[in-house]
Design a protein around this ligand. Structure first.
Ligand code: DGJ
Length: 722
């Protein structure tokens, strides 16, 4: 009896709730955003609200979308009937903290491979417009989405939330893969099941924003994502500042994903008629697991996301781990010889070449004083450029333009050019402070630093742009009463400087470094050709770190250097570095004869095969997260050439390893398998070396790989035989 009463009251309650929150009204029309394989479908309700009705594999018949219910308001504003985390929250001039968004207009523009849909939403009572934009990259299956917010109230409105994107997903279970880390342990991958409530991946660090968390994720529906199966959304934010990706499962088990700039400490006072443009959120949907999602991102990044993505890259010898701060002109010019001997394209001079009143002999002084230290480099940079050229290599240089040591002339001259709180002591990290880039004078200083250097030394062929600290005690003397704008304005100012630099130096290769890999995102990568993944160059660790980046970034962006860190053989180090953009940071004169001749040969192999590695389709075959080995391969689009990298990590004695099935090949072709990068003195066991197999065999049966010895590796060239 008691049970029946309870049931009855529950039914009454449910009916009441339904009356309070009526089901979304019926559809008037639909707006379909689609790539070759994916659709994101919206509908306009009879109440003029915008609903997301579908996100997934494209349906053959668009009519079928019409049967889907209007379950989720697409971009949910705060303050009216929303019960969960909103996409946007605004305070109007009259103190009203709510927003209602109704569809006012929509337009579609086509530009070859790109189709852009813009949906204009307006508040019926307040002069506020919110435009949702979606660019669908047809072939790459990537959708880029961003929001534009504008109003015509009399005074500024305050924006508290301003998501770039809100996506709705419905499944029984949700699995989130995130990437996190710290200095020297970047991009550690972790997958977990989401539970009811909110899970946030975010950063509040301002600059070098993704030191702890990288703004990328995979969201798998129903079960954990695998490499080659399962429904997966892969997303990333193109913003090189504090970000937030928030995953909320509501009372009905639906998931909403809000991505954008982190609202933390960033209430934005939006002036009348100013347009607040959010950063781009980029995502792809794959029903063939993470592997396909990565390949979509790689293609897109090379075609649209990074500077000169389809161009070439210079191999180099860097002196950082070889000398640290301890060098002079003679030491450097001797190193040029090593670069030439290895056969690399460029010598890269790292930190420690500048400062006179406070010479940069360590990281405690000199940062900001970008004049050559005359005691170390009496003939200046010009001489080094010439000497490098005479030895047959190009010359590149390290800069850290956004930072300053308090012990510097720059700081003495411009103590107001740094981010620091009044009435608090300065807070240092690596003995330095962040310059207040929101100040146009500082922007000019940074631009001129590069511009003057390049004007004086036009033959400088490469820049490494470092950024060794995050923001703390954050306060901009320039922004005065707009302190909640600092984080956003900093990033915008950084982009402004990079725009100017790129307008003047469109082809100069610039590596983005951030005390290791703390700044890898597609906001910054528009201006950079490559990035430094980590200061941890131990090749065992690098297998994992580079593996992590490979989920979202193409290998052409990942600077992998062979260094003296780690006790592994030069072969293992080289094979690990070769899975991306290879370089060296090593004392060449301390290499043995065998090491040197191996390396020279490897550089030649690399030059012969680098296009395949950089631009081929990546297949991760065996994950180091699952086994004591890592195997991956790149295959070209025409499927006549591939390269496979196999790394044995710390295998247990007598482990049995199954054959590894290859991917990306044509079953109807025949392929010759040849092991390259062999080193004298290191016995190679690879029974298939020199043999020919059908693609069908390699795909269905696979290869036995030499995976039984600690920290050994094999590189296998796969060529179609006609
Ligand atoms: C941090 C970078 O990650 C290193 O490669 C090196 O350039 C140092 N900074 C120099 O200070």
């Amino acid at each position: 009896m008691k049970r029946n009463c309870l049931l009855l009251s529950l039914i009454v309650l449910a009916v009441n709730l339904k009356a309070q929150f009526p089901a979304a009204p019926q559809t008037q029309r639909q707006i379909i955003v689609e790539t070759e394989n994916t659709s994101l479908v919206f509908s306009v309700g009879k109440n003029q609200k915008l609903y997301q009705v579908y996100l997934g594999e494209k349906l053959l018949n668009p009519e079928d979308y019409k049967t889907l219910p209007n379950q989720h308001e697409a971009y949910i504003p705060s303050g009216t009937d929303n019960l969960f985390e909103p996409a946007i929250k605004m305070l109007h001039n009259d103190g009203n903290p709510s927003l209602e968004l109704l569809v006012a207009d929509e337009k579609v523009t086509r530009d070859g491979n790109l189709v852009t849909t813009s949906i204009l939403l307006k508040d019926p009572k307040y002069p506020v417009e919110v435009q949702l934009n979606f660019t669908a990259f047809q072939k790459e299956n990537i959708i880029k989405t961003w929001t534009e917010i504008k109003h015509q109230e009399k005074n500024p409105v305050i924006l508290f939330n301003f998501a770039s994107s809100m996506l709705h997903v419905d499944a029984d279970k949700y699995w989130l893969t995130q990437f996190h880390g710290d200095w020297a342990k970047e991009m550690r991958m972790e997958e977990s099941q989401l539970t009811a409530g909110i899970k946030t991946i975010d950063s509040k660090l301002g600059t070098r924003a993704n030191m702890y968390q990288t703004p990328v994720f995979f969201l798998a529906k129903n079960k954990p994502a695998t490499e080659n199966s399962g429904e997966v959304i892969a997303g990333t934010l193109g913003w090189t500042g504090s970000f937030q990706m928030l995953f909320e499962i509501d009372n009905e088990g639906s998931l909403r994903i809000n991505s954008g700039i982190n609202p933390f400490a960033s209430e934005y006072h939006l002036k009348p008629n100013e347009t607040f443009v959010t950063p781009e959120f980029l995502f792809t949907f794959s029903n063939q697991g993470k592997g396909q999602a990565s390949r979509n991102f790689h293609r897109w990044a090379r075609n649209y996301g990074i500077m000169d993505g389809n161009g070439t890259r210079l191999s180099l010898l860097n002196n950082w781990e070889a000398t640290y701060f301890d060098f002079d002109e003679k030491k450097l010019t001797d190193l040029f010889g090593g670069a030439k001997e290895l056969g690399v394209d460029l010598f890269l001079l790292d930190d420690g070449w500048f400062g006179n009143k406070y010479p940069r002999a360590n990281d405690r002084a000199g940062l900001g004083d970008w004049q050559e230290t005359t005691t170390k480099l009496p003939h200046g940079l010009g001489y080094l450029v010439e000497q490098a050229e005479a030895k047959g290599v190009k010359f590149g240089i390290w800069l850290e333009p956004e930072m300053v040591n308090p012990k510097s002339e720059l700081y003495e001259k411009h103590p107001d050019w740094v981010l620091k709180l009044p009435n608090r002591s300065e807070h240092y990290y690596r003995n330095q402070l962040v310059l207040d880039l929101t100040n146009p004078e500082v922007q000019e200083f940074v631009f001129k630093l590069v511009d003057d250097m390049m004007t004086k030394n036009p033959k400088i062929a490469f820049i490494k742009w470092d950024c060794n600290r995050m923001m703390t005690n954050t306060y901009s003397p320039y922004l005065k009463d707009k302190q909640s704008h600092v984080q956003i304005e900093y990033v915008r100012s950084f982009y402004r400087v990079m725009e100017r630099l790129r307008a003047k130096y469109p082809t100069l290769p610039i590596m983005l470094c951030s005390g290791g890999g703390g700044r890898t995102d597609y906001g910054a990568m528009k201006y950079f050709t490559e990035f430094w993944p980590s200061d941890n160059t131990d090749p065992y660790e690098r297998v994992f770190i580079q593996w992590g980046y490979s989920y979202f970034f193409p290998s052409i962006t990942s600077c992998n250097h062979i260094t003296s860190m780690g006790k592994q053989s030069i072969k293992f180090k080289t094979d690990v570095a070769m899975m991306g953009k290879m370089g060296y940071d090593i004392r060449v004169n301390e290499m043995t004869g065998d090491e040197l001749s191996f390396s020279k040969q490897a550089v030649q192999n690399y030059n012969r095969l680098k296009e395949l590695v950089w631009k081929g389709d990546l297949y991760r075959l065996v994950s180091p997260y699952e086994e004591d080995r890592a195997v991956l391969m790149y295959a070209n689009e025409t499927k006549d050439k591939a390269i496979l990298f196999s790394y044995s990590l710390h295998p247990r004695a007598f482990n049995q390893y199954s054959d590894v099935r290859l991917l990306g090949l044509d079953p109807n072709k025949k392929y010759k398998i040849v092991e390259i990068n062999k080193m004298q003195g290191i016995r190679s066991w690879f029974p298939s070396d020199g043999k020919t197999f059908s693609g069908d065999y390699l795909i269905k049966i696979g290869l036995k790989l030499p995976n039984n010895s600690d920290l050994t590796s094999a590189v296998i060239e796969i060529t179609e035989v006609k």
